[in-house]
Design a protein around this ligand. Structure first.
Ligand SMILES: Cc1cc2nc3c(=O)[nH]c(=O)nc-3n(C[C@H](O)[C@H](O)[C@H](O)COP(=O)(O)O)c2cc1C
Length: 226
């Protein structure tokens, strides 16, 4: 994508980061990013987002419990993120991503132990100093989930604009029962996703991953133009 302005430059620079430096991020910074992201639009300004920010011992304790739960089994998310079975063209896109990521990490196809270990890296927030868990009131409807996505992307862009890196992570959602023991979220909330926040470790091979996008002419229909 050619960047014509600052917003487009940040849009094109944001990418999912899967290895972080230990460099801490101050609470005030995270709060400012959340305030910025909360400028996202939402239907009738309902602002459906709820966020739990963990650092230090609290982040480590959550990760430890999650890794233990992951070793026990896959868990069960309360939201259906992905269709099962997967179908085209989405299946091929998922496979392309998986191959690219595992290729960079030197994980061979069919090496389930290595893939399982890489998946567990999600649950330690890829060693990021700050982990975020996003929840939503379960009574809210699909429109609020749409609003939520805008908020998440706004947060990631605001972080990128400050030189910080992020990875949105659905991988947390299946472990909502464990997560609830570590954050003040009740059964009235659904865990939407987690997110790692920190400074990218540029020496890590997984952070060399770049992803393609279909061009607009392939997914958009233009009508009524000259
Ligand atoms: C809501 C959401 C959940 C995601 N969950 C995960 C995840 O659990 N683990 C992971 O490594 N990446 C996850 N991703 C990152 C996607 O794989 C990534 O956005 C996609 O491959 C495009 O790459 P890019 O973000 O670098 O542009 C998630 C992204 C989104 C938006």
């Amino acid at each position: 994508m050619t960047a014509f302005n600052e917003v487009e430059r940040i849009l094109s620079e944001r990418r999912s980061t899967r290895a972080f430096l230990q460099t801490p991020v101050a609470r005030a910074t995270v709060e400012e990013l959340l305030d910025a992201a909360a400028r996202a639009p939402s239907g009738t300004n309902m602002q459906p987002w709820r966020c739990h920010v963990l650092a230090g011992d609290r982040r480590r304790a959550l990760s430890q419990a999650l890794v233990a739960a992951h070793a026990e089994g896959p868990g069960a998310a309360e939201l259906d993120y992905y269709p099962a079975p997967a179908f085209e063209p989405y299946l091929s896109r998922r496979r392309t991503l998986g191959r690219a990521l595992y290729g960079l990490l030197g994980i061979e196809r069919g090496d389930h132990a290595a893939m399982h270990a890489q998946h567990a890296r999600n649950l330690v927030f890829f060693d990021a100093p700050v982990g975020l868990i996003f929840t939503i009131d379960r009574r809210l409807k699909v429109g609020s989930w749409l609003d939520y996505g805008m908020f998440l992307q706004s947060f990631m862009l605001a972080a990128r604009a400050r030189g910080l890196a992020t990875c949105a992570q659905a991988a947390f959602a299946p472990y909502h029962a464990v997560i609830r023991q570590h954050i003040p979220a009740t059964q009235s909330e659904i865990v939407v996703c987690g997110m790692s926040l920190g400074y990218a470790d540029d020496s890590a091979p997984e952070n060399r991953l770049t992803t393609d996008r279909e061009p607009a002419r392939r997914f958009a229909t233009f009508l009524g133009f000259d």
